[in-house]
Design a protein around this ligand. Structure first.
Ligand code: ASP
Length: 360
């Protein structure tokens, strides 16, 4: 049985964590840092956290981890499958927005706490459930990452059907993007001034993903992230989602974390790994997420020396959200811009709660 983090140790380290790494001018709000306090005290059952589009995923994951005693990584993978198959979620799986050539390329990874093993697929085409393929890479190979045609063939070999993932709606959005394109925007693809679809909230290059982290009733952890990535991306571009330590990470002695939003920022910060390490040193999940965002903000300010658009009005000019659950059941989430929500399920059932915000 793994050792549990002592409450006294957590509080001592949390105070230190809050003081460290502040960026002048930001408004760090830790109001949600007590999220899951009841769960932490009782630690009676499973806890799952996910991005806001994962309300059904967390419900399924908790049910599977509880009633079927499914390992948490598999519960997470089964939970996100609902969103991968949903044509109305244009950021994940079937119905996801394609790359700049109109081809849907998916990224996913998953990690199993008890064995500290992980699997991932990147830039995989024609396979609706990349998270399940990532799970097979983890379980059936000695490797962690498979990419492109190799990942696709691996999936086919394991019986996954080849399917056209581009829905009519996603194709229309892509065609509209292509027709309104004014030039090469590869250096700075974030541009929120060119609405392409009301559902996409006016973002010309929308982002979206589902992350799900699960704590089983026995204290084991697992997680999964799956996405179609940055809309209209350069073919072959992979984001943080298939990268262990960036789009997701877990350590069975500590906790689990994941990211959605600007993948390049989660990659450059090693965001999910950093959050788990902060929790190891006593941060609450929310504090750890805010700490990672502070690091991302400092890195973005430095990054603006080569790319000024990364930094606007004294803050990062992009969205990024982190999610985390700790081994004692405490959970939290924080985002860069404020106003976001995340999905959570525990013994109180599935619901959405407010993310803490680095900047209001
Ligand atoms: N993080 C994903 C990526 O960079 C996109 C997202 O979460 O919106 O591919």
């Amino acid at each position: 049985m793994e050792s549990r983090i002592s409450r006294r140790g957590l509080l001592r380290a949390s105070a230190a964590g809050l003081a460290a790494g502040a960026v002048p001018g930001l408004v760090a709000r830790a109001a949600a840092s007590e999220s899951g306090a009841a769960s932490a005290q009782a630690n009676a059952g499973a806890v799952a956290v996910a991005s806001a589009n994962g309300i059904e995923a967390v419900r399924i994951a908790v049910e599977l981890a509880t009633d079927k005693k499914m390992r948490p990584v598999s519960a997470a993978v089964r939970g996100v499958a609902v969103v991968e198959a949903d044509p109305n979620d244009m950021s994940v799986g079937y119905g996801g927005l394609p790359n700049e050539l109109g081809v849907v390329q998916l990224d996913s990874s998953c990690m199993d706490g008890p064995t500290h093993n992980a699997g991932s697929v990147a830039s995989i085409e024609d396979i609706m459930h990349p998270a399940q393929v990532a799970e097979l890479v983890m379980d059936q190979t000695d490797h962690v990452n498979l990419v492109g045609p190799g990942a696709r063939q691996f999936a086919i070999d394991h019986g996954f059907p080849v399917e056209d993932l581009l829905t009519d709606r996603a194709r229309k959005v892509w065609l509209k993007w292509r027709s309104t394109r004014t030039g090469d925007d590869r250096l700075w693809p974030l541009n929120d001034t060119n609405p392409v679809d009301p559902v996409l909230q006016g973002e010309a290059r929308p982002w979206g993903t589902i992350h799900c982290s699960v704590l089983a009733p026995n204290g084991d952890l697992g997680c999964c992230t799956t996405t179609s990535g940055l809309a209209f991306k350069i073919p072959g571009r992979i984001g943080d989602s298939p990268l262990v330590g960036c789009g997701m990470y877990c350590d069975n002695e500590v906790g689990s974390a994941g990211a959605t939003g600007r993948g390049e920022a989660a990659i450059l910060s090693g965001g999910s790994w950093l959050i788990v390490e902060r929790m190891r040193n006593g941060d609450t999940p929310t504090e750890a997420c805010l700490y990672a965002l502070r690091r991302v903000a400092a890195q973005a300010e430095r990054g603006s020396r080569w790319q000024p658009a990364l930094w606007k009005d004294g803050r990062p000019n992009f969205g990024l959200t982190f999610y985390a659950v700790r081994k004692d059941g405490l959970y939290g989430s924080a985002n860069m811009r404020g106003g976001g929500r995340f999905a959570v399920c525990d013994s109180k059932g599935p619901r959405r709660e407010a993310c803490a915000a680095l900047y209001e």
